[in-house]
Design a protein around this ligand. Structure first.
Ligand SMILES: C[S@@+](CC[C@H](N)C(=O)[O-])C[C@H]1O[C@@H](n2cnc3c(N)ncnc32)[C@H](O)[C@@H]1O
Length: 253
């Protein structure tokens, strides 16, 4: 009998944000795939589930899969297919998990491997265990609502070109920038063109829910004076309104 390939979201960083369902699966699967961007770099996701794995009676086999961050789609596809073959071989003997930061269905490395396994090995059962995303965790850390009532919230990667950011931002009340959101200063002119104002609210959350978490909240006109260091693990939330928006709404009642 072929095992199941399970994508497990382990949340944004705080081990207490790993769900009960994820913890249960991590205690029983035979193999745990750990994605890494570099062989020598430690895995953040593995660190987050360390305690859960220590509680296992029989240790799981840990399989490190290295996927360097690259825009070479052809080579990336080759790597995903090679990893899919490794997963398929392991799944012949048991259940295989793939741990990923946040949620597996949101900009996750898991998605590419998942597609390759689905396509190439249709006999393998697939399961996805959702996780707390960095988006919702960042909103909690900066205490800003992501959306209220009829508000539209748009999530986008920071490397999007300014024309696309502007077009998209025009129709949104709230924006979430992921992947290198420390670049927020560069987006100010684009956001102003898209209907955001100097008084729009901005939050930059780095390494949310981790001990080294940093949160900056202010108005769009203040962002240029923020001291921002580069950090891939950052999320920016930009709200057209000046927060707290529910207070503003109360004033107009
Ligand atoms: C490849 S995406 C993975 C997103 C993840 N699947 C999720 O659901 O949050 C990586 C991006 O997620 C965000 N991210 C993940 N963990 C984070 C954290 N602890 N603090 C801030 N941003 C984080 C950053 O924007 C980072 O560039």
């Amino acid at each position: 009998m072929t095992g199941t390939f399970i994508g497990i979201g382990v949340g944004p960083g705080d081990p207490e944000l790993v769900t009960i369902k994820a913890a249960k699966a991590l205690k029983t699967v035979d193999v745990i795939c750990v994605p890494k961007s570099h062989a020598k770099k430690p895995s953040m996701a593995l660190g987050m589930v360390k305690q859960i794995l220590e509680e296992r009676k029989k240790p799981a086999e840990i399989l490190e899969l290295v996927f360097p961050m690259s825009r070479d789609d052809l080579n990336n596809r080759k790597l995903w297919l090679e990893s899919a073959a490794i997963v398929a071989a392991k799944a012949k003997k048991g259940n295989v998990a793939f741990i990923t930061l946040g949620d597996p269905m949101l900009y996750s490395t898991f998605l590419y491997l998942y597609e390759c396994v689905k396509e190439t090995y249709p006999e393998i059962e697939l399961e996805i265990i959702p996780g707390v995303t960095s988006v919702t965790a960042a909103a909690a850390s900066c205490k800003l609502p992501l959306a209220e009532k009829e508000e539209v919230v748009t999530i986008m990667p920071s490397e999007l070109n300014p024309t696309l950011i502007e077009k998209t931002a025009k129709y949104a009340d709230n924006l979430v920038f992921m992947k290198c959101a420390h670049r927020i200063k560069e987006f100010i002119p684009t956001l102003l063109k898209a209907g955001f104002t100097d008084n729009s609210t901005v939050a930059l959350v780095k390494r949310c829910t981790l001990p080294e978490e940093k949160v900056l909240v202010g108005k769009l006109c203040e962002v240029k004076s923020w001291d921002i260091t580069e950090d891939y693990f950052s999320v920016a939330i930009v709200k057209k309104s000046q927060v707290p928006i529910h207070w503003k709404k109360m004033e107009t009642v």
